[in-house]
Design a protein around this ligand. Sequence first.
Ligand SMILES: *Cc1c(COP(=O)(O)O)cnc(C)c1O
Length: 478
Amino acid sequence: MIDPQEKGELLKKIPKTDKILEKLPKDIPHILKRTVCRRVFEDLRKKIKLGLLASPEVLAFENVLSLVMDELSKSLRPSLRPLINATGVVVHTNLGRSLLPEEVFKQIFEVAVNYSNLEYDLEAGRRGSRYSHVEPLLCELTGAESALVVNNNAAAVLLTLETLARGKEVIVSRGELVEIGGSFRIPDVMARSGAILREVGATNRTHLRDYENAIGENTALLMKVHQSNFAVVGFTSKVPMSELKALGAKYQLPVIEDLGSGNLVDLTPYGFMHEPTVQESLEAGADLVSFSGDKMLGGPQAGIIVGKAELVDKIKKNPMNRAVRIDKLTLAGLEAILSIYRKPEEALRKIPTLTMLSMSYEETKKRAQRLAMRLKRKKIQGVDVAFTDTVSRVGGGAMPLQELRSRAVLLNLDGLSAKGVDAACVERALRLGDPPVIARIEDERILFDVRTVRDKELGLLASCVKDAVEKCIRGSIR
Ligand SMILES: *Cc1c(COP(=O)(O)O)cnc(C)c1O
């Protein structure tokens, strides 16, 4: 415990604001410099009062100056910025889901800095439709009659239900009433759309007769929802789309499916369990299918609706459509991504999400070796570099049971325990670094799953590790 007198002495040691301000770059607005100084000084005073100051040296002029400079650069840099994802979760919703190929970004850039024919029909010389840029492509790729794109898949589901089932019943299996995180729950979305949820079956088993018994005067739709982020195993039974389609035909009810992630390519050749692609769902009879643009499709955030023209037209005319419409930059990106899918082999090679998902264990092993080599070259004191097998995840609420065997680089920090440095400190320092690195901790070791780290990032990642460890040794990370 530090006594009050000692605390008083420490408080007096804090350098004078004016002296610090003199040393700061001239071209930064004075008001910002003052605000930042005040913030740093308040933090120091608080630490002194609580007895949390690492050592009196922290108060040395040069140290305080560098604390203020750090804070200043933090205030000046963008809040939303790139980072290195070493978690091995490919479609990581918190880390921006899918990365765009550069050629896709070029297309977005061109549309962003120039006027475009967004809603202009060049042939006719008059107003056109923004959907015309991706609709033919989506129909070509999925075999659908018609297509519509909106802001995201949540909007696609909401809009579809509002258009086709407001005030009416929608029959859904109890086992498919998912919550996908970020407060998107099928029953809640249904309620907001004005549609009435009619749950059928039990959590683990739903039969065709359950759907049939629930059909009545007020039924508008039969709906299937992809279970996304969970799986029911054991004694289970689901009604396949083809049977639901036959039932829908008997009662003249459309059958719709929220596919969630929605793949256009079959990934079973890469060791994936089978998931119906968008094409398969349509072939099996779905009248409408909706899916995300930025999950396994690997494009920008968007919601895609494909299916029967008669139904898609109704959705297009819904005034709510305007409220969830896709913006031109997304549209440019989506068109570019979809064009790549014309050649599925190219899609796997060019679209980062698919490249990472289809990366073999052997390839991850080689990449892990390259990372380890770069780390060793940094000669970071007290840090031992090793390897371990790990399991990457698809993420984005897709394929929760799919295990992707992967190789990770491990940092063993036992050599730093005498200096009071542990894995939690290094993990935090990595997270607060520039660029931030998001890693996992397992058994007091830092783990980098290289599946989601690109080769071009390996050198940078090694430098970030060196910085982070040094910060922890210096005690400038709390
Ligand atoms: C992810 C998901 C959604 C929401 O999609 P967003 O594009 O994130 O809005 C809806 N339904 C299912 C089944 C999902 O997996």
